[in-house]
Every structure is written in C-alpha cells, then in structure tokens.
Design a protein around this ligand. Structure first.
Ligand SMILES: Cc1cc2nc3c(=O)[nH]c(=O)nc-3n(C[C@H](O)[C@H](O)[C@H](O)COP(=O)(O)O)c2cc1C
Ligand code: SF4
Length: 510
C-alpha cells in the first residue's frame, strides 16, 4: 500500500444516512484498492454535500459530493484520479460555506479518523490539558470566566461562574455530568463533536474536572446516537491506555474517569435535574431548585453540569485561542456559536460563527435558498421551545440579547427553515403536542395545560376569530409561562406567542 494515497470516506450519522457506508463498501471492493489507504473521517459539517469523498495525494486534498453517484464510473485507482460527471473536485476548505465560518471549537472536524490520537495531538489536542495540569485550579477557572463563555446547552449561563460554584463547595467527592441529550429537533452540534472529534469533549471534561475537583464524570448520551456511543466508548478507552484518563493522569496526582449513561428517548431528560434522576437510575422527573446541582447534585454531591459544546470549547481557551474567542462579540454573546441550519434549506449543516450575525446574513451566506425553491415563510430558532421569525424579520440578530428581547432564545443554536407551504396553526399546535408528549408530568400547568392548549388550537383552526378562544389561549400561555416548574412548560408558549405576533391571521384573526 502506498500510504501517501488516501481516500477519505466519512463515518458520521448524517453522511451514513445518505449513503457514505454504502460507498465505503463499494470503494473497499474496487480493483487495486489495496494501493490506497482508506480513512473513515468525520464530516466537515457541510451536510448538503454528503457523502463528500476526498482523495489525498502529495499532500493535496480534493473531493466532491458523491450524492447519488455510481462510484464504479467515478474512481480510477490506477492513475489515482477521481472522475466526476460534470464536476471538478475541489478542496472543501475553499468553499464559502467553510471559509466564512470562524471555526475555533470545530476546527478539527472532518480532518481525519476521529480516533487517531496522534492526529488530534498534532492539531493542538491535549496541549491544553498539559497546560492546565501545571496551573492551579483557580487560575483555570479565572481564564474561563475571562473568556466570557456561556453555556451552549440552552440556558446560556456563564460557565466560569458555574465552575467557581462547584470548586467552592467543601466536599471530597464531586461529579461532572456532560449533557449529551441533544433533544432539540434540528440540532446536531453535540453529535458532530462526539462522532468527529470525541477527544475534544474528553479533554474538555478532564480539564473542567481538574478545575473543580471532580474525580468522576458521566456523559449522558441520547439513545438515538449509537455511532456517537461507539466513538465515545473507543475514545475513552484510548485515552485510558494513554494515561489521559484514569489514575495519575499525565503522571500528575489527578484521577478522573468517565462513564457513559444512555438515555431512553425522553426530551425532558435533557433538563439538568431530570438528567440527574435518570443517571441515578430513576424516571426522569424534574427536581425543584434550589438546591442547585453545583451545590447538591448527583448522588447529593456538588456536580458540574455542562453541555458537550460548552465542554469542548474549554481546550481552545487554554491553548492560545482565549483572546481570539473573547474578542468576538459582546454581552452574553461572546465567542463563537455552532449554529445548525436545517429544514427546508439547500445548504444545510454546521456553521460556527459569531452570534452577531443576522438571520438574513446567515441564510444568504451559508444556507442560500430553500430546497423547494419556494419563498421562506418562517424560521424557528432555538429548538421546539424557540420562537418563529417571519420572512420580514431577516435583520434580527442571532445574539442571545436580541432573541431574548423578542421572547426567544438562541437555545442550542438550531435554525429550522420553512417555506410558504407551512401551516403556522399546525406549528402552534405542534408546540402544545410536543409539550404534552414530553412533559415529565410533575406540574399541572405543563401536564394539563398542554392538552387544553391542543384543544383550544383545534377550535381556533375551525374559527380563527373566536375571541373567547383567543383570550383563553393567551391566558393559558401566561399561566404556563408563570407557573410551570421548569422551562419545558415555561417556554412552550414562546413559539405560540411568536405565531400570534409575527404571523397575523394565521392562527388567530386579531
Ligand atoms: C426541557 C429541557 C430540555 C433540555 N435539553 C437539553 C439538552 O438536550 N442538552 C443540553 O445540554 N441542555 C439541555 N437543557 C438545558 C440544561 O438543563 C442545562 O441548562 C445545560 O445542560 C447546562 O449546560 P450548559 O451550561 O453548558 O449549557 C434542557 C433544558 C430543558 C428545560
Ligand atoms: S414544566 Fe413540565 S417538564 Fe417541567 S416539571 Fe413541570 S411537568 Fe415536568
């Protein structure tokens, strides 16, 4: 085998769902394939191009989308050429979709085999842990505070303050729980890290654990991510073999280990207290706060709970990117955010960029137009509890502050596009249906309110101008918002308010 000749075929959930695994099988049986090294890399996040297959020869890497392509006509191994029908191969890093991003956290995804520890280290990996273990815990926490990083799981809570709270607790046992439940429809940034750059998460968890004094970590992973489970299991074991997890990490007096916990398909188990119940082996019921998990969390011990992206952002902050990161943006919207473009959009995928970009610029630069070719009618931002923007709100900025000011949230960065065939009254009903199905059932406004909400919207679909039902819906939304125990019931009204306010006449005639 000539190891200078390489073919990269992604092994990542989205790529596999559109044929990457099949192509791998076919390419593996091509004549003379033994002359070439096949690498199953992660995805670059330009999902609209998947399966995107690349070749590397003499250090030059080029590729093309093999969507619906019969590879037997496209790859000639002899002279190591890829023939594309009506297309020329290109370096994916040169396309606008990738070049215009600010990739700090996702800088390595797509590069190579996600389990290649040497490749990870050649590209900056584990420098931060080495640096961190030579610092005192408070200095690490200070750097994270200084960075301005806020949680990427949804609530945008300042990460440094959370670390400080756990660190300040006087307890010989502390835990770290990584929230990898990623339940929002249209989001996949956690999955992309776990499948395409799993050491980034493991390194981030290890640094955070060292900083707060935790010796045991859990990754709470949704059951719908079997490939991520596979990658994480292997990456944890490789990290242990290389003294990067376990006892005496990097020969220092620091022990830390990670266990995987697999969820069972419940959205509310992404809420941090329900997640703790689930990790402890019980049904995912939300717990009342206080106490905060940072003070009394898993197994009654102080627990640091952070999202996958939040934790994977920590290594770059201790490895030279602190200033670059903290100089981007202002207020709570500091650093980069991995937005996830999907729904009816021609260029779907992961876009790591500043928050200070309008939804119009996001679509113009990255997503382009709808896949159907029809006009955009609505854009939902921040998952199923997020608000809908209408097509005349394209100047709305994607900052945490801007969306909060119109009763929305960036959430986990999901952006779902709908064309003008969407029925907004159905979307309003979906918000209540989603809540009724996913409610943990602990409090009445959410458990019962969502069912009453479905009934009211059903009636409004028959008669949009019923002042009685419009009033009832508004009262119900106010009650859910004000009295639900957690954000599941508390934020369900947000998409509904946005439909009433920004899509006049589509749910209510008012
Ligand atoms: C109903 C509900 C579902 C949630 N789902 C998730 C999830 O899937 N992943 C996540 O990281 N956070 C989720 N959160 C937010 C978590 O409760 C918590 O704020 C987050 O994991 C903290 O991490 P961060 O500070 O790094 O963002 C959810 C919250 C609610 C109310
Ligand atoms: S708001 Fe819903 S999910 Fe949250 S505690 Fe109440 S019933 Fe459970």
């Amino acid at each position: 085998m000539n190891t200078d000749l390489k073919i990269y075929i992604p092994n990542e959930t989205t790529s596999n769902s559109v044929g990457a695994n099949d192509l791998y099988q076919k390419i593996s049986s091509l004549k003379d394939i033994d002359k070439v090294k096949i690498i199953r890399n992660g995805s670059w996040g330009a999902f609209w191009l998947e399966p995107f297959i690349e070749v590397e020869k003499d250090g030059q890497r080029i590729g093309a989308s093999f969507k619906g392509t019969d590879i037997s006509h496209c790859i000639t191994i002899d002279d190591f050429m890829i023939e594309f029908e009506n297309k020329s191969p290109f370096d994916i890093r040169d396309i606008e979709f990738i070049k215009k991003q600010k990739r700090i956290v996702f800088s390595r995804i797509g590069l190579g085999d996600p389990l290649d520890l040497s490749l990870y280290q050649e590209n900056g990996g584990y420098h931060s842990l080495r640096n961190a273990l030579n610092l005192d815990q408070q200095s690490i926490i200070n750097k994270i505070k200084e960075s301005g990083l806020t949680g990427r799981g949804g609530a945008a809570f300042p990460t440094g303050i959370k670390l400080q709270t756990v660190y300040d607790q006087d307890s010989s046992i502390k835990y770290l729980a990584c929230n990898a439940d990623e339940g929002d429809g249209g989001t996949f940034s956690d999955r992309l890290i776990m499948e395409s750059d799993p050491f980034a998460l493991i390194e981030g968890m290890t640094i955070a654990a060292y900083a707060v004094g935790a010796s045991k970590g859990f990754i709470y992973l949704r059951s719908e991510y079997p490939l991520a489970k596979d990658y994480l299991t292997k990456a944890i074991s490789i990290a242990k073999e290389n003294n990067l997890l376990g006892n005496g990490i990097l020969s220092k007096e620091f022990d830390f280990d990670i266990d995987l916990r697999i969820g069972a398909g419940s959205y509310v188990c992404g809420e941090e207290t329900a997640m703790m119940e689930s990790i402890e082996g019980r049904r995912g019921l939300v717990r009342s706060k206080p106490p905060l998990p940072a003070i009394n969390g898993l197994f009654d011990k102080p627990t640091l709970i952070n999202n996958v992206v939040t934790l994977a952002t920590i290594p770059p902050l201790l490895n030279g990117s602190l200033t670059e990161f903290s100089n981007i943006g202002s207020g709570k919207s500091i650093g980069t955010m991995p937005f996830q473009l999907c729904g009816n959009i021609s260029q779907s995928g992961l876009v790591e960029t500043e928050f200070d970009i309008s939804i119009g610029e996001m679509i113009e630069t990255f997503g382009k137009k709808t896949k159907s070719g029809r006009p955009i009618h609505a854009i939902q931002i921040g998952g199923p509890l997020g608000l809908y923007l209408s097509s005349n709100m394209m100047s709305t900025k994607l900052t945490i502050e801007s969306l909060q000011s119109i009763k929305g949230s960036v959430g986990h960065g999901g952006i779902v596009i709908f064309d003008d065939t969407v029925d907004m009254s159905e979307q309003a009903k979906f918000a209540m249906e989603f809540c009724s199905k996913e409610s943990c059932g602990k409090c009445t406004p959410c458990r019962i309110g969502s069912i009453r909400g479905i009934e009211i919207i059903d009636r409004l679909q028959e008669n949009k101008s019923s002042t009685k039902d419009i009033g009832l819906l508004k009262d119900l939304c106010e009650t859910m918002e004000a009295t639900s125990l957690c954000a599941m019931g508390g934020m369900t009204p947000n998409p509904i308010y946005s439909i009433i306010n920004h899509f006049p006449g589509e749910l209510t005639e008012e």
